[in-house]
Design a protein. Structure first.
Length: 133
């Protein structure tokens, strides 16, 4: 009886610490390498700037686009493109995953040259600009 109680207690403790209820612990997040972006070169103030992203997300269907991380400072728009993949070993579809023109939209409310900085996994920054009239 004592052995059975010890086994049950040990199993409960093991399950409590081995199973994650936090969704962020179930995935690994990574920066996506952006090959190129496309957008209008000139827009009007208070118009929406639409930026399309192209690049390789991952080698199988378990790699997915997660989100755009944005930082605006004066006339600089700094973006990081994030992806995720599951931490658990699972059968993944055999397909290459790309951004395929994933679109990011933001309103620019400042006249002038607006600089776009895209952070890359290799710490090299992809630079571009848009004229806002």
């Amino acid at each position: 009886m004592k052995t059975l109680l010890l086994f049950i207690f040990g199993s409960v403790i093991l399950l409590q610490y081995s199973c994650s209820t936090e969704p962020e612990n179930d995935y690994t997040y990574f920066k996506i390498m952006v090959d190129s972006i496309s957008h209008l070169s000139i827009i009007s103030v208070d118009d929406t700037l639409k930026i399309k992203f192209y690049g390789f997300v991952g080698p199988d269907g378990c790699h997915k686009f997660s989100r755009f991380e944005e930082h605006k400072n004066n006339n600089v728009l700094e973006l990081t493109v994030w992806g995720y993949k599951p931490n658990v070993q699972t059968a993944c579809p055999e397909v290459l995953v790309y951004l395929d023109g994933k679109e990011y939209n933001t309103v620019i409310n400042q006249v002038g040259i607006y600089h776009i900085k895209i952070n890359q996994p290799d710490n090299i920054i992809l630079l571009d600009s848009v004229y806002v009239l």
